[in-house]
Design a protein around this ligand. Structure first.
Ligand code: ATP
Ligand code: MG
Length: 203
């Protein structure tokens, strides 16, 4: 692929991992802001397979979460969606995501985008120290969570403030259960998809 956007000639590839159950405007604003601030060429959204931290919870089928992510990102030429985590058997570990993406994108530097809540958990992730050799980490502000790089490797993490959107997938699911609207919290196509597939009704 053609190198653009960076003096080194290497592609700058953002990675937005998440369960995306459902994807919402908090995820999209985070990716868009970081793409702009860090001059990324592309952001690839990577829906998890079975998330290991959420093993005890019921998560919607991977194919539904993947399709909602495609619907939400399709109109942005800088956004793409990867199936690598949903197609890998077993629980998803970010170390595997980053190893696979760096092998598939040898011409790119990786920038892993994460909200303040997830950033504070990273030291507990599998192979935590190797994570920082595979990607530069970018922590973004999220309402209700403190953004800090305490304990994380110096130079491995950047912290950025983004417009505050107090939206979570957990709250979106709860709203659907109660019959409350999710319009304008998630993209219109995702509202329609949730309705079409009757997601979250049985919880
Ligand atoms: P859940 O409530 O099911 O955990 P979530 O809203 O936290 O869902 P995830 O799929 O768990 O969404 O999050 C994926 C990534 O997006 C994480 O790094 C998370 O911190 C970040 N993120 C999610 N919502 C926001 C938001 N409103 N602002 C900033 N970052 C966010
Ligand atoms: Mg979460």
């Amino acid at each position: 692929e053609v190198a653009t956007g960076s003096g080194s000639g290497r592609r700058r590839l953002g990675v937005m991992g998440g369960t995306f159950d459902p994807i919402h405007h908090g995820h999209l604003v985070a990716a868009s802001e970081v793409a702009s601030l860090f001059h990324l060429d592309e952001v690839v959204f990577v829906p998890t397979g079975q998330p290991w931290q959420k093993g005890h919870k019921v998560v919607s089928p991977p194919e539904d979460r993947y399709l909602m992510t495609v619907i939400a990102t399709a109109s942005n030429p800088q956004f793409s969606v990867s199936r690598i985590d949903i197609d890998r058997p077993g629980p998803t570990y970010t170390i595997d995501t980053l190893r696979d993406l760096s092998n598939l994108n040898a011409d790119a530097d990786l920038f892993f985008i994460t909200g303040a809540d997830a950033l504070s958990q990273i030291l507990g992730w599998r192979d935590a120290s190797e994570l920082f050799s595979l990607a530069h980490f970018i922590g973004v502000t999220r309402p209700g969570h403190d953004l800090t790089d305490d304990g994380l490797p110096e130079g491995g993490v950047s912290l950025v403030e983004i417009p505050a959107l107090a939206i979570s997938s957990t709250d979106c699911r709860a709203r659907v259960v109660k019959g409350d609207p999710v319009w304008y919290l998630v993209p219109d196509g995702v509202v329609r998809y949730i309705d079409k597939r009757q997601l979250y009704r049985g919880e």
